[in-house]
Design a protein around this ligand. Structure first.
Ligand code: NAD
Length: 509
């Protein structure tokens, strides 16, 4: 196998530096944290991390800013988000560069991530004029009931490495429109793109005359996140990451009666029915399974194919896998970039070893590609594995490109297999049978927060709420009425008569 040609780390460092300069970031150099690139597996810069005192100062500032921000009219709050969206447009290439350098995304997916940020800004600007409450008929004459929505407070955002900027924007654009202030603890693996986002929001705030403290950035590892989780000034903790992280964060926030919004791991499946358009299915499956090198929460990890078409489908998939361009994510022809770390490789190898031990057969991929110029970089051939049963390793999320293939005979069997995992994020069915498609979307079908027909599991668009059930955490973000999680409601009873009438005909005095 020939080695992959990669750019030099110095070149990537210079490219990151130029992007940061154009955005206006002064990198806070120090020893607390390292910015690193998975493209070569090497360090770029040492950065100062936010300590306990820095986090405390940010919380005090964000809380103080909230007291004014909550009474700023919502459409005026939308002006800040509109300006942020304009700056994101202006710096789309710079932000995409930083995402590619730090998360290893191919160019098109990095640009797509920035586009998603622009889209959520547009959405949130509209939302700033649509924070609707309902009026409710009262049982009492001369009375009116109303539901009012108010800002919640400081929102703590904890985010993962794989959508290092979009997840921040889903939360921040909506939280700001809702009248909350935001304190953000990004992944320790992606500090540079976080600095760029924070800087653009500070510039937007200056441009529209809003105090910068409506948003504060904290750089650091999970200890910084834990400080947010435990602080009663943080009204909502919106945490995106592994189920392990959510299992720690959820109970801690609940113990202080705070609110949490959890967006955790997925183990997403596609059912391919005998009537499916296989051309469409193959395209949809390959993008969903190997896009972002299998490191999306919505990555397709399980394929449930009908016996009649399984052989043909697997043959076409393994052929497509054999031709995947793997390598430098800045190269426009590359479709599969690096894994984030050596730990991700160890987890991938561990899962493949276990599944082989259980009788699974690796049909394609699974090997590491040599990178002679960058021995610490991790590039792998995405794997397709035939399994007979849905064992524990198949039922867990391995954050790497492994697609497990299973077969079914009856539709009920397919649904049972589909739902028999602890996670419930995204799902899809490829079929031309309308009854099957509708059953898949019905109450007795997919148990996921996202259920698609004739399209893969990944690549959600802004507008529909995003999130999943079971161990995925139950949170919803970025569309539909997900904004309500960032506000508190009050029920108002207004008596405009001159009689005091009590509900339920209670008489008193
Ligand atoms: P991770 O859980 O290792 O880290 C996520 C974030 O949580 C980081 O900022 C980390 O510092 C912080 N953190 C970790 N433990 C913490 C704790 N105890 N208290 C407070 N903060 C803590 O996840 P990762 O490896 O960065 O990302 C990959 C995972 O994220 C995958 O499981 C993926 O499915 C999931 N993910 C889910 C979604 C979604 O919307 N459902 C989106 C993206 C990623």
């Amino acid at each position: 196998m020939t080695g992959i040609a990669l750019p030099a780390t110095d070149e990537l460092r210079a490219r990151a530096r130029s992007a940061l300069d154009r955005v206006g970031v002064a990198v806070p150099e120090g020893n607390g944290l390292r910015a690193r690139t998975p493209i070569t597996g090497e360090d770029l810069f040492g950065l100062a991390a936010t300590g306990t005192a820095g986090t405390e100062e940010a919380l005090v500032a964000a809380r103080a800013a909230f007291l004014d921000w909550r009474t700023t009219p919502a459409p005026r709050r939308g002006d800040l988000v509109r300006r942020l969206g304009d700056l994101l447009r202006d710096h789309k290439d710079d932000l995409a560069d930083l995402i590619t350098i730090e998360a290893g995304k191919i160019r098109s997916e990095a640009l797509g991530e920035v586009q998603e940020m622009i889209d959520i800004c547009d959405f949130a600007v509209g939302l700033s004029r649509q924070l609707y409450g309902r009026t409710i008929a009262s049982e009492r004459p001369g009375h009116r009931l109303a539901e009012t929505w108010h800002p919640l407070g400081v929102v703590g955002v904890i985010s993962a490495f794989n959508f290092p900027a979009a997840v921040w924007s889903w939360n921040t654009a909506v939280a700001l429109a809702c009248g909350d202030t935001v304190v953000w603890k990004p992944s320790e693996l992606t500090p540079l793109i976080s600095l760029a986002c924070d800087r653009l929001l500070a510039r937007a705030a200056d441009d529209v005359g809003v105090p910068r403290d409506v948003h504060r950035l904290l750089l650091g590892d999970r200890a910084v996140g834990e400080q947010l989780v435990d602080d009663p000034r943080v009204a909502l903790v919106s945490a995106t990451g592994s189920t392990r992280m959510g299992r720690e964060v959820g109970p801690r926030v609940a113990a202080r009666f705070g609110r949490s919004l959890l967006e955790l791991g997925g183990n997403n499946a596609a059912v391919v029915a005998p009537s499916a358009d296989l051309d469409l299915a193959v395209q949809g499956i390959v993008f969903a399974a190997v896009g972002t090198a299998g490191q999306r929460c919505t990555t397709l990890r399980r394929l449930i194919a009908h016996h009649d078409i399984a052989e043909t489908l697997v043959g076409r998939l393994t052929a497509a896998y054999g031709k995947l361009p793997i390598g430098d994510p800045f190269d426009r022809t590359t479709l599969v970039g690096p894994l984030i770390s050596a730990r991700a490789l160890a987890e991938m190898r561990g899962a493949l070893d276990r599944v082989r031990g259980e009788g699974g057969e690796v049909l394609a991929g699974g090997a590491r590609r040599p990178t002679p110029s960058a021995p610490d970089a991790v590039y792998v051939d995405p794997a397709v594995v035939r399994v007979e049963r849905q064992t524990d390793v198949v039922r867990g999320e391995t954050f790497a490109p492994i697609l497990y293939v299973m077969t079914y005979d009856t539709f009920d069997e397919a649904i049972a297999l589909h739902n028999d995992v602890p996670q419930g994020l995204s799902s899809s069915i490829f079929t031309r049978d309308q009854q099957e498609a509708e059953r898949f979307l019905s109450a007795e079908g997919s148990d996921c927060g996202i259920a698609n027909v004739n399209i893969g599991t990944s690549g959600a668009e802004i507008g529909g709420a995003f999130g999943g059930e079971k161990e995925t955490g139950g949170g919803r973000e970025s569309g539909s009425d997900a904004w309500r999680a960032y506000m508190r409601s009050a029920t108002n009873t207004i008596n405009y008569s001159s009689r005091l009438s009590l509900a339920q005909n209670v008489s008193f005095l």
